[in-house]
Design a protein around this ligand. Structure first.
Ligand code: PLP
Length: 387
């Protein structure tokens, strides 16, 4: 980020950041958020504490949005939801809960995964292992290797699963793969920890929660970490939630009491402002409709840039394999280039990515797509072994 800022070239393109950018290169405050924020400020009469669990109306709306109104665990009183400081807060509280339940458990994370998963889960003292997920040079999921590895996990181990828009690969499971995974988790008695940070960025709010719903309908116990940083653009307000699903209603109460004890011991109470805004939007049919439209606009812009870059890159390299950029989902994909190629793209072409060649497609603009594609093609072709 520092190198990008210091680069004086007018050609520079930032594909390294982790946030959404609109056509002007801004990470905007959504219109629905502005309106809800004004209402929240006008209605607010106190800054007194809310509660360790956060806002009740927020938690109820989030649980329904993620699990769906008809979920068996909700009907059976087995689901509990608490507001957390962002998705990171939910991941961290979840990690502490797992460790309190069984300190010897192993948590399996995807190879590759989002860089923060390791410190967020590992610093609670949990043992982390990796399961194969994606072959970057081949632009393909490693689904059978993933199942094979998880089949050898011990009963009670936890599997962290990206719910949609996998970060950094953009490669998600299809419905049949979700079903196969759910069956394996159930058969091997593994506990899914689903990370839902991009609900609405792939298809829509419901479809993007389908994997979470499918898995949590089948297993007795699960955790879901939710973030509203991306889909509401509330990054700095720290809005998230943790859903726990337990075997029985009484276990669900005990789990909730553990979760609240953990929250109190880390941050006491979650921040209120962002959750108040989110809850206001969820409760208003007008604002919710506006949100859905704004979310669709963000998603469409990313999909358009995916299609544009894929087309230009296929043309520039003469290799149709780069169409994977169009078909993957969410903000990120891996170009599948070496660290050296990433460095050459930065030093010669002023195009910035993370060392693993992760591209944020929201960094592509209609005016720079061709330049980015030509530069990538030149460096990828130069890096190929001769003959
Ligand atoms: C995969 C994944 N999980 C969780 C998060 C948590 O985000 P936050 O703590 O900002 O809500 C992110 C944010 O980038 C993410 O990419």
């Amino acid at each position: 980020m520092a190198k990008f800022r210091a680069d004086p070239s007018p050609l520079k393109v930032d594909l390294g950041v982790g946030v959404y950018r609109d056509l002007s290169g801004n990470t905007p405050v959504l219109g629905c958020v502005r309106r809800a924020e004004q209402a929240v400020l006008a209605e607010q009469t106190t800054k007194s504490y809310v509660a360790a669990a956060g806002r009740e109306e927020f938690n109820g709306a989030v649980e329904e949005m993620v699990l769906g109104a008809a979920h068996t665990a909700r009907k059976g009183g087995r689901a509990r939801t608490v507001q957390t400081p962002g998705g990171c807060g939910a991941l961290r509280v979840g990690a502490e809960l797992i460790r309190a339940a069984d300190p010897d458990v192993t948590v399996y994370i995807s190879e590759p995964t989002w860089g923060n998963h390791t410190p967020l889960l590992g610093s609670s003292g949990l043992r982390l292992e990796r399961y194969p997920y994606y072959d970057a040079p081949a632009h393909q999921l490693r689904f059978s290797s993933m199942l094979e590895r998880l089949d050898r996990a011990a009963e009670g181990d936890v599997v962290l699963i990206h719910a949609c828009c996998h970060n950094p690969t953009g490669a998600d499971l299809d419905p049949a793969q979700w079903q196969a995974l759910a069956q394996l988790l159930t058969r091997r008695r593994l506990v899914p920890f689903l990370d839902l940070a991009y609900q609405g960025f792939a298809v829509d709010l419901d479809v993007d929660a389908a994997g979470v719903r499918l898995v949590t309908e089948q297993v007795p116990e699960a955790l879901v970490a939710i973030s509203f940083s991306k889909n509401l653009g509330l990054y700095r307000e720290r809005v998230g939630a943790l859903i726990t699903i337990s075997e029985s209603e009484s276990r669900a109460d005990a789990t909730l009491s553990h979760v609240l004890q953990i929250a109190r011991s880390i941050y006491s109470m979650p921040p209120d402002h962002g959750a108040a805004i989110a809850a206001h939007i969820f409760a208003s049919s007008t604002l919710k409709r506006e949100w859905t439209l704004e979310l669709t606009a963000m998603r469409t812009r990313i999909a358009d840039m995916r299609a544009l870059l894929a087309r230009q890159l296929c043309r520039a390299t003469g290799d149709e394999a780069f169409d994977f950029i169009r078909t993957q989902r969410g903000m990120f994909s891996l170009l599948g280039a070496s660290v050296q190629t990433v460095e050459r793209l930065r030093d010669k072409h002023h195009i910035y990515m993370t060392p693993d060649s992760r591209m944020n497609l929201a960094g592509i603009m209609p005016h720079n797509a061709s330049y980015v594609a030509q530069s990538m093609a030149a460096e990828l072709l130069a890096a190929q072994p001769v003959g």
